[in-house]
Ligand binder design. Structure first.
Ligand code: 9WO
Length: 243
């Protein structure tokens, strides 16, 4: 998948190449990140990319022209028509469903703002959609863009470690993960649940599904109240004495 990223800090995306699943996907070429720096598209002697806000107030606002030219360059370089997404706290919250949807695309353009934001006319003229990764303010959109790229990259077929864990994960869709254990058998005075040592794969599967439902109910009940429970989930909660 191809990501065109518009950012004043291209090095932040090169860093990703060095680490883990996303790094390997970049090295293997299944994820291509091409950065377009608005600084390249300035016309004044100081290569200005920002200016003071009309109406006054603190900080600076990213200029329309360099930003739109960088976005146009990204559009031209994209292998297919790409949606233009602005990472901002004003967007809808990015979810696992969005990650899956992004991973099914061939290309996407991500705009990373800096300073106090970008000229509103960029949003009106070229941005298709705003996405937020959560309700907090960062110092720029780059880390949010990397979150979107990372979440989509690990879902791409051929990404190392992909298949088995992704299938397992989508099987327990909308639920938190079940508890995991590894050696030794006793750690901190706590034993591994006996069922996991039993070798009974059906019992292990059932236990994990029960625990996923139970953990979700206990830790993030709103993830369940937002939708209808499946019969399996209702039974799991009953077994845990939670309903
Ligand atoms: C700064 C600011 C200062 C005074 C009054 C209002 C203000 N708003 C902002 C602001 O939102 N700055 C943003 C910094 C401008 C766009 C890039 N920045 C950003 C993106 N911060 N946080 C995000 C972000 C993106 C996606 N998901 C969560 C947060």
């Amino acid at each position: 998948m191809w990501f065109g990223v518009v950012s004043l800090f291209p090095e932040m995306f090169e860093l990703a190449r060095g680490y883990g699943v996303l790094g390997r996907a970049m090295t293997a070429g299944s994820v291509i990140i091409e950065v377009f720096n608005p600084r390249t598209y300035t016309s004044d002697r100081h290569q200005s990319v920002d200016d003071r806000p009309y109406g006054g107030g603190p900080g600076m606002v990213m200029l329309y022209e360099p930003l739109v030219q960088a976005i146009e360059a990204a559009r031209t370089a994209a292998p297919s028509e790409a949606e233009v997404v602005y990472l901002s706290p004003q967007g809808q919250t990015f979810t696992q469903k969005d990650a899956r949807e992004v991973s099914n695309r061939e290309s996407m353009i991500l705009i990373c703002g800096r300073y106090e934001g970008i000229d509103q006319r960029v949003i009106e003229r070229v941005v298709d959609r705003q996405l937020s990764i959560g309700d907090y303010v960062l110092s720029g959109g780059e880390l949010a863009a990397l979150v979107v790229i990372d979440a989509a990259a690990r879902l791409l077929p051929g990404t190392v470690g992909n298949q088995a864990s992704i299938i397992e994960e989508s099987h327990l869709d909308g639920l938190l993960d079940y508890p995991q254990y590894t050696r030794p058998e006793i750690a901190g005075g706590l034993s591994v649940p006996a069922v996991l040592m039993s070798g009974d794969h059906n019992a292990i599967k059932a236990w994990r599904r029960d625990k996923a439902v139970e953990q979700t109910y206990r830790l993030r009940p709103e993830m369940l109240t937002g939708r209808k429970l499946t019969e399996e989930e209702r039974l799991a909660l009953a077994r845990a004495d939670l309903t």
